[in-house]
Design a protein around this ligand. Structure first.
Ligand code: FNR
Length: 423
């Protein structure tokens, strides 16, 4: 904190603006300067519907007011905390962002490295722009979790889970609020859906089970074209893997080859299987036998759903509305967290997601009973402005503001932060 503060008052200008509003504006400017930048900005910034829930997230945070305490000797501070038995340097995780490759090449690797340098867990997206193995390798020992979109193909689910385990994931985060994409005018009006252009499907194109599915589709289509039996058409999974890897390693090739039967089949297979509206509690119940990782459910807003999750042994719930990108008009997440905490009691692990922009937001969330928070758009804004360094500065600024807010509120650690700090 001191380093940033001293730099700030000595005329050294930071790379990324230190206020949330200016950060957003700078990211917008940076993206709009680039070819295709309008679509990238719409995708990252845009919310569902009229943006009511995006505002509700902020409103729930802004409505709450801190009542700082004084004279409490806060010169020695400790921001660290425990989540799922893991020690974090601060109660902050980096949320999964799919198709971040629209913003910058090798996006996931840049974000992963910035998070790893600070010891903050990065939640790798199912819709990552690099295969999880590559991101994990770039992060070295940095903590990472894996976010799963539950595919329509159960073998693909198992394949993702076992790859995540092998890539050193510390938890499995199952996103429940996106069994189908929300109504997103920002993208719809630009005729823009990143995945159809082959962005954000690297976890799939690097997956052996997915390659099998694509091979199968190519064979079926070829057979239908030739009027023969699909089994008679020879398309080996290996040939498809090779082709998909080529497409992955040569960005642009995918788009150019979009008419090649294999790449077209890959995108179609992805669109048909990536998420599963039939998902229900029985699927979640199977997870205990499918993974040794702690299970986190992301996208829970109703107290009864949270209670049911904990009753069936889920390890944590992430209270989230996907940054206001799914059901417009849904409750602001801090309001949802307070209701859920009341229902489940003090013990179960609750993470707060959506709308977090400032250090003060984190302190408020913790005072309301969160165990940690996740941030989404802010780190992507840092990425848009200055790549890995930009992500790092966004995280540093957030940590610094948390630290000084804690101190100025008379708290030395999270033990000192509870509802008594709120008006
Ligand atoms: C997301 N989010 C998301 N969530 C998820 O579980 N898997 C994903 O692939 C994505 N992809 C994604 C892309 C983009 C561009 C955004 C902005 C968000 C949701 C994300 O993890 C998180 O819930 C929100 O971003 C949190 O809200 P804020 O911090 O952006 O307000």
């Amino acid at each position: 904190q001191n380093t940033i503060y001293r730099a700030g008052v000595s005329g050294i200008t930071p790379t990324v603006p230190t206020s949330a509003e200016k950060l957003e504006a700078a990211a917008r400017r940076a993206l709009l300067r680039r070819p295709g930048g309008r679509k990238a900005w719409a995708y990252v910034y845009g919310g569902a519907g009229s943006g009511v829930t995006m505002s509700a997230n902020r409103e729930a945070l802004d409505r709450r007011r801190l009542v700082p305490r004084v004279l409490r000797s806060t010169d020695q501070r400790d921001l660290s905390t425990q989540v799922l038995g893991q020690t974090l340097p601060a109660p902050v995780l980096v949320a999964p962002i799919g198709a971040a490759g629209l913003v910058r090449r090798d996006a996931d690797v840049h974000i992963g490295r910035a998070a790893a340098e600070r010891g903050l867990p990065y939640i790798l997206s199912s819709q990552g722009s690099s295969p999880m193995e590559a991101t994990a390798a770039a992060m070295k020992d940095g903590p990472r979790w894996f976010q799963l979109y539950w595919s329509r193909d159960e073998q693909l689910v198992d394949s993702f889970i076992s790859r995540a385990e092998a890539a050193g994931a510390g938890a499995l985060v199952v996103t429940l609020d996106t069994t189908t994409l929300g109504w997103r005018p920002w993208d719809l009006d630009l005729g823009s859906l990143p995945f159809t252009r082959g962005v954000g499907i690297a976890q799939y194109t690097s997956d052996p089970r997915f390659a099998e599915m694509v091979a199968d589709r190519v064979a079926r289509e070829a057979a239908a074209g030739a009027g023969t039996d699909p089994d008679a058409v020879k398309v080996t999974p290996k040939a498809v893997v090779t082709l998909l890897e080529m497409a992955r390693n040569h960005p642009g090739a995918f788009r150019r080859n979009l008419t090649a039967p294999e790449t077209r089949a890959a995108v179609q297979t992805f669109l048909d299987t990536f998420s599963n509206p039939a998902l229900n509690w029985d699927h979640i119940a199977t997870l205990r036998d499918r993974t040794r990782l702690p299970v986190v459910l992301k996208g829970v807003l109703h107290p009864e759903d949270a209670q049911r999750a904990f009753d069936m042994g889920v390890d944590a719930v992430m209270v989230s509305n996907h940054g206001g990108r799914q059901v417009d008009g849904s409750i602001g997440t801090l309001d949802a967290l307070v209701r859920i905490r009341e229902a489940v009691g003090p013990e179960p692990t609750l993470l707060l997601d959506s709308g977090i922009r400032n250090g003060t937001d984190v302190v408020k969330a913790m005072a309301c009973g969160a165990d940690a928070v996740t941030i989404g758009r802010p780190h992507i804004y840092g990425l848009a402005i200055a790549g890995q360094r930009g992500v790092g500065e966004v995280l540093d600024n957030l940590l610094a503001e948390i630290d000084l807010t804690l101190s100025l509120c008379g708290a030395s650690s999270w033990d000192d932060v509870d509802a008594s700090l709120l008006a």
